[in-house]
Write a protein that binds this ligand. Sequence first.
Ligand SMILES: C[S@@+](CC[C@H](N)C(=O)[O-])C[C@H]1O[C@@H](n2cnc3c(N)ncnc32)[C@H](O)[C@@H]1O
Length: 294
Amino acid sequence: MKEAKAWEYYSEEEILEANKLKYESDAIVKFYEDFEEPKYTYREYDVVFSAVVEMLKPHLSGPLRAVDMCGGAGKGAFTLKKCCPEAEVTLVDLSEKMLNIARKRAVKEGFTDIEMVLSDAYSFLAEDREYDVVIFSSAIHHFKDPVNLLKTASKMLSPQGVIITIADPNRLKSTRRFKFFEFLAADRNYKKMILSNLFKAKEKPDVFDVAEYQAYYGIEDELLCKELRKIGLRPLIHLRYPAGESCFTRIMPYVGLFWAFSLVLAKDDRYAKEVPRLRTRIKENMPFAISFVD
Ligand SMILES: C[S@@+](CC[C@H](N)C(=O)[O-])C[C@H]1O[C@@H](n2cnc3c(N)ncnc32)[C@H](O)[C@@H]1O
């Protein structure tokens, strides 16, 4: 946490520095090291990735090439390998410590052929590489300008390539309804943290975590899609869903809490006819209620 000016006045570079500090800090690294994936199911990853892989396969002439941008401990990269074992996968992250967690987990899970690259996203996206899938998992909220990020990433796509964003919060994240559920779902330590942050925010409303600003307030996902369309990226899928602990993902839809979103973006209309099937596959396999935005 840092004494802050208003979010609007932070540059992309300052946010990058905040992310570097955060994801090299011992506390956050310990959180990811200790984190037991089964605590949350993350079934949405399997469902979305499998459906996209199935759609792409007939359009590929070789093994699928994918990059997990801001890949951290490897959830996106590993899930893709599970859906498509022959895929050539690269994982990029700016934190060596996060990459070390990913390396250890890759060995444990038997994924020894994932390329791990230490780099910030924009430096990596300037390289001369080509991918069929570019993944941003819980990542675009770490950037000031997600539209520019996704536009830059689209330059790395093969002609048949798509971008998948997943596990970012929309504006429902800042509602009281969400905060109530978040508190209910939290374990003892997390409850303590939520309460102490609440008091801090009351005492000093201008103090916030620069790296996580959009994780607290959420991204305006409809506006994001509108801006993406303007730069020629077509949302094949714009999905809203209730991420988190599995019991809560079943209850949240009853109070309209589709607070996380995922996008599948293409550069042209080649997949237009396949969208209904893609949607059906995703809807049928998701273990909780979801909502598509047109
Ligand atoms: C919330 S974690 C998500 C990790 C992983 N993708 C997942 O879904 O579990 C965000 C990750 O993004 C990385 N990160 C943040 N800003 C970045 C940037 N500009 N370039 C590359 N990595 C970045 C952090 O180091 C961290 O590992």
